[in-house]
Design a protein around this ligand. Structure first.
Ligand code: AMP
Length: 397
């Protein structure tokens, strides 16, 4: 693979796999353009060098071929606004004749956006012929779509083999994602604290198991903490619980003990009498929640307990909220953790926040620029930290 920043794109046609899977409202207006903005530095560097750019992406989950609802044509106008002064062309079929003719005539400094890759079933199937056809559109392949790096699709992984090693590379976004993730897993900085939250233990077992090999401390919050509490004999009322994961929870605790990893569970909780933004609230020890009540956030003592651990850390990974932060009455814990991570970062720790909900939380609470790195890839990030090799990364390497 080549290093993107060292490559001179002058005279090259770069085919970039971007993740433009942005949310659209029913008027086809983009409601969050984060993913598009994230690709701009990569595009700009190529244009500035004197190259041209062909962008390919998926949008949504079209089932039966071309559908207006999932057309990337809805993104043309905004893409033009993000690249002022740049000619942005569109091909209404990613491998159609028009796409090849337009790509062939593309001049340095111009951008061509291709129609939704997933209008072809071959994309998700990782079809070789489809990938080969796509590769005919540009002479350099750049993967800048970390969000789909865990999928072995035609445009994210299979296509790479049709380029010589020096003509395939990560874009700037992907480079940043990969180097931040590698720093967390391999730099060896200690103490290394992983903060894992969210709803379900079952979604996070593999990541916890892999982190047991590396972390010094693992903080467990959110709904999943109550499965651990119950497994340890606690009373959890109506809190979220995966009855079929009680043994798993105990096994994870035993493994941690054997490996000398400190697991921190929330000592207390903010409890509610129903799952509702306006529920009545109270406080209780997390292992003694009254019948009819449920834990929807970590409590005041737990915030202090977790903050102390985070403040001592040199390396921090955070995936998953500490409570139902979508409801204002239950966001205190997630906000306190965001603040503690920001403070540790200010003191020199390296912190990576990833996973849809924790990213939404740091954005919402204004801490996004106070942590070291905010990952754009939910599923991809989780799989990376589960220790899996991501096809999109492996194919480039
Ligand atoms: P995940 O997608 O597994 O990271 O879970 C995120 C979701 O977990 C968010 O929508 C939170 O509202 C939810 N969550 C966090 N803590 C709790 C809790 N104590 N009870 C129920 N849901 C929770």
């Amino acid at each position: 693979m080549s290093k993107f920043s060292d490559f001179n794109f002058k005279g090259h046609k770069a085919l970039i796999r971007v993740d433009f899977n942005v949310p659209l409202n029913d008027k086809f207006e983009i409601t969050d353009d984060t993913r598009m903005r994230a690709a701009v530095p990569t595009i700009q560097k190529i244009l500035k060098d004197g190259g041209s750019v062909i962008l390919m992406s998926h949008l949504g989950r079209p089932k039966d071929g071309p559908t207006d609802k999932y057309s990337l044509k809805h993104l043309i106008k905004h893409l033009g606004e993000l690249l002022p002064g740049t000619t942005v062309l569109f091909a209404n079929d990613c491998i159609g004749e028009q796409a090849f003719l337009t790509a062939g005539m593309l001049k340095p400094g111009e951008v061509l956006l291709l129609e939704n890759l997933r209008f072809y079933k071959e994309e998700e199937k990782g079809d070789e012929n489809f990938a080969k056809k796509l590769s005919g559109l540009g002479d350099v392949y750049v993967n800048d779509a970390f969000g789909t790096a865990h999928r072995a699709h035609a445009s994210t992984a299979v296509i790479a083999k049709f380029y010589p090693a020096d003509k395939r590379m990560f874009g700037l976004l992907m480079e940043g994602e990969v180097s931040s993730a590698e720093k967390v897993l391999h730099s060896g900085g200690k103490p290394f604290t992983a903060i894992i939250g969210g709803a379900k233990v079952s979604d996070k077992i593999l990541i916890i198991e892999n982190l047991l090999e590396r972390a010094t401390d693992i903080i467990i919050g959110g709904g999943m903490a109550y499965t651990f509490m119950k497994a340890q004999g606690g009373k959890i009322g109506n809190s979220l619980c995966e009855g079929d994961r009680l043994d798993t929870a105990n096994e994870l605790l035993e493994k941690a003990k054997a490996k000398g990893v400190n697991i921190h569970l929330p000592s207390d909780s903010v409890i509610a009498d129903k799952f509702d933004a306006n529920a009545n609230t109270s406080a209780a020890p997390s292992n003694n929640i009254p019948d009819g009540w449920m834990g929807l956030d970590i409590g005041e003592n737990a915030c202090g307990q977790f903050t102390n651990v985070i403040h001592k850390s040199k390396l921090i990974l955070w995936n998953g909220p500490m409570g139902v932060f979508e409801f204002p009455n239950f966001q205190h814990g997630t906000r306190a953790i965001a603040q503690a991570v920001a403070e540790a970062t200010k003191k020199g720790a390296f912190s990576l926040v990833g996973g849809g909900d924790s990213v939404a939380a740091v954005n919402q609470f204004g801490y996004a620029d106070k942590v070291s790195y905010v990952s754009t890839g939910g599923g991809a990030m989780l799989e990376y930290f589960e220790g899996k090799e991501l096809p999109g990364i492996a194919a480039i390497k």
